[in-house]
Design a protein around this ligand. Structure first.
Ligand code: COA
Length: 412
């Protein structure tokens, strides 16, 4: 049974929502928890058992065996690719990576302090200005425009990473995988197999997650018949918040603040006593550990041991232990375990990425799911337009400005 909650009006003379509900029998689920708002064939989250599948394939099988490009094919075309189909998709991705020069110039013109997600969202929106239109002046939202966006997001992130450091962006290479090319564009060096695999598996794990907030946002936007660029811009905006994709960056800030595993317990207790949440812990759907966390934890361990510096992994490990234990004591009714963003932090930190870019790399994976969801929405579209229960003042006469008195009513 979903968690049913009643909203209390913040101001006004209207009846309370409780009063309204008692007369209408309407139920409001805050945050739409447990409410089914649509269907999808793309992915399934089974929160009680901790299983995530993409078109019926378990991510436990996909993560070690399939590359990100295979997942893109699975989501967009409906099946895992043959070797020939994979090669063709890789060629197309490789050929679409370069950004329009004016957008690179725009990035060079913005303050170097700009937040990477702001830059990514703005440049993705800008891509619409350079994309072809049909004879009605509309952008075409099809698989190829989806591939265009999937190809270009890592280029935006890598270019901004270099520009903010005062360096020239590096042209993408068409012969590398999405993961390897991303790392190459950051440093100019072709990554090791271990580094490439780490990013590749990360992208696989992040590719889709049913009707999460940013995907839902993309589908709502697409349902108005807005195009793919508008929908992905909306999704990027939604991803930024720290209850969603922003948790990856926030989780890294925690590792930095903790500094050493022995400080983890005090950190958790201090955060909770201040009413803060432990970033990277908890999930709306999962009541067990997020199934993606174990893969990321294994990558974090392997990468850190290989590099001979297990600092981030060791802090994360202890932070998870302490958070899980203390949250179980303090919130016994809510099962709170590590989510996908928790071990994102040590993995990406060990790859040398700055913490404020983590959410952007999340977007580089999730754009595969976003675009597939937009195309699915458009395939059988109906405008998404829910209702709200009005709990404000009842209808009343208009008051001319010279008759109005200072009042707190309606000032919130
Ligand atoms: N740290 C501390 N308390 C947490 C928590 C966390 N990470 N996650 C949930 N809780 C607590 C809430 O404070 C709340 O307690 P209360 O009932 O005493 O007020 C209770 O658990 C339920 O929280 P609620 O916000 O209703 O659950 P939700 O389904 O909306 O939560 C998240 C899902 C993801 C928003 C939540 O777990 C969270 O904020 N996590 C941290 C951010 C994060 O990692 N986001 C990425 C998700 S992939």
């Amino acid at each position: 049974m979903p968690h049913q909650t009643f909203i209390t009006p913040s101001h006004g003379e209207g009846g309370s929502l409780e009063e309204h509900l008692s007369t209408t029998g309407t139920v409001v689920d805050r945050g739409l928890e447990g409410v089914v708002v649509g269907s999808t064939v793309l992915s399934n989250v089974e929160g009680q058992v901790g299983r995530l599948t993409y078109r019926g394939y378990d991510i436990d099988d996909l993560a070690p065996n399939a590359c990100f490009e295979e997942i893109v094919h699975l989501l967009l075309y409906g099946h895992l690719p043959t070797a020939e189909e994979l090669a063709s998709l890789k060629r197309e991705l490789g050929s679409r990576r370069t950004l329009p020069e004016p957008l690179v110039a725009a990035m060079q013109a913005v303050p170097k302090t700009a937040w990477p997600m702001d830059v990514m969202r703005t440049i993705v929106s800008g891509l619409a200005l350079f994309s072809p239109v049909n004879n009605k002046g509309e952008h075409v939202s099809d698989i190829h425009s989806a591939i265009e966006l999937i190809a270009k997001l890592p280029t935006i992130l890598a270019a901004w990473d270099r520009i903010r450091r005062g360096l020239e962006p590096i042209e993408p290479r068409a012969d590398l995988s999405q993961a390897a090319n991303f790392l190459y564009m950051r440093t100019g060096k072709v990554p090791t197999e271990m580094e490439e695999d780490a990013v590749d598996t990360y992208l696989v794990l992040l590719a889709d997650h049913s009707y999460n907030a940013s995907t839902f946002s993309a589908r709502v936007t697409a349902s108005t018949r807005a195009d793919l660029y508008a929908s992905i811009t909306a999704a990027l905006a939604t991803l930024t918040g720290d209850l969603h994709g922003g948790a990856a960056s926030a989780s890294y800030n925690n590792l930095v603040a903790i500094g050493s595993p022995q400080n983890a317990e005090k950190f958790v207790r201090d955060e909770l006593s201040k009413g803060h949440r432990i970033m990277g812990m908890g999930h709306r759907e999962y009541r067990v550990r997020d199934p993606r966390a174990k893969h990321l934890e294994a990558i974090a361990k392997k990468l850190s041991e290989h590099q001979g510096n297990t600092k981030w992994y060791a802090i994360a490990r202890e932070l998870e232990n302490q958070s899980q234990r203390i949250l179980a004591e303090e919130k016994p009714d809510r099962k709170i375990y590590a989510n996908v963003d928790f071990y994102t932090a040590p993995v990406l930190a060990d790859l040398g990425m700055p913490g404020d870019e983590f959410t952007c790399l999340f977007a580089c994976g999730r754009v595969a799911g976003w675009t597939a969801h937009v195309l699915e929405q458009l395939h059988d579209n109906r405008l998404i337009r829910p209702q709200a229960t009005y709990v404000g003042p009842p209808p009343g006469p208009f008051v001319p400005i010279d008759k109005r008195q200072t009042s707190t009513v309606g000032s919130a």
